[in-house]
Design a protein around this ligand. Structure first.
Ligand SMILES: O=P(O)(O)OC[C@H]1O[C@H](OP(=O)(O)OP(=O)(O)O)[C@H](O)[C@@H]1O
Ligand SMILES: O=c1cc[nH]c(=O)[nH]1
Ligand SMILES: [Mg+2]
Length: 207
């Protein structure tokens, strides 16, 4: 699977703020918003563009736009903190929603919400979720997208681990990954080490 880790000192500094247990909910959300801009910059770097003429106050210039704006899919709750900045950067993008929460014992995703366009043939999709742990939540989300015809999915995450990357690669699903870091691995509770804790709780408080 194509995996791109964003190497940039500003991204690393924002990630540090998110990792720091002293960062309160608002500080964590702000850092996630800013870091999302950098992840999206990288995710869309090689997207096909189309050119068109634009009239400046002086002359005609060649302009560009993204040929096929992606569908953005935040995975609730934690992915909600990424969607505002992603859609600000790509204003033509549409937004779909998937909600799921891991079962604390089994670590399996339990879906509770789904609001997606019926037909995703030819539409690039960016799934927004800060955490790729076991990969179960991301796999379930991508399966929903593929069932609607998606063939070009980008997982946009802050923290990934080798276990989750392997799960996505082994799934054979049409996905690439853009992340800010690949951490060491999972602990016995399937939390990422060193990670940043529960990305939903750290934005919005405990469920
Ligand atoms: O790779 P996995 O092992 O599936 O874990 C990752 C999932 O866990 C977190 O969500 P959580 O279930 O905590 O829900 P929340 O966003 O509501 O807190 C995170 O935002 C991912 O969706
Ligand atoms: O470390 C983890 C693992 C899954 N979900 C989180 O929010 N954090
Ligand atoms: Mg959570």
């Amino acid at each position: 699977m194509d995996t791109h880790v964003v190497e940039h000192p500003l991204a690393a500094a924002l990630l540090t703020t998110m990792r720091d247990e002293r960062s309160d909910n608002a500080t964590f959300r702000n850092a996630l918003r800013e870091l999302t801009r950098m992840l999206i910059y990288e995710a869309i770097r090689d997207a096909p563009i189309e050119e068109f003429d634009v009239q400046t106050p002086v002359a005609v210039a060649r302009g560009v736009r993204i040929a096929t704006p992606p569908l953005l899919v935040p995975v609730l709750r934690a992915g909600l903190g990424m969607v505002e900045q992603a859609s600000a950067l790509i204003p033509q993008s549409r937004v779909g929603f998937v909600g799921m929460a891991r079962d604390e014992q089994t670590h399996q995703p339990v879906p509770y919400m789904e609001s997606l366009p019926d037909d995703l043939a030819g539409v690039p999709v960016y799934v927004l979720d800060p955490m790729l742990a076991t990969g179960g939540s991301m796999k379930h989300t991508i399966e929903l997208l593929v069932a609607r015809g998606a063939t070009d999915v980008t997982a946009v995450c802050v923290v990934a681990v080798p276990e989750g990357i392997r799960a996505l690669a082994d799934s054979g699903l049409p996905v690439r990954l853009v992340a800010a870091t690949v951490d060491d691995g999972l602990n016995d509770d399937a939390f990422i080490v060193p990670g940043l804790g529960d990305a939903g709780d750290r934005q919005f408080g405990p469920r």
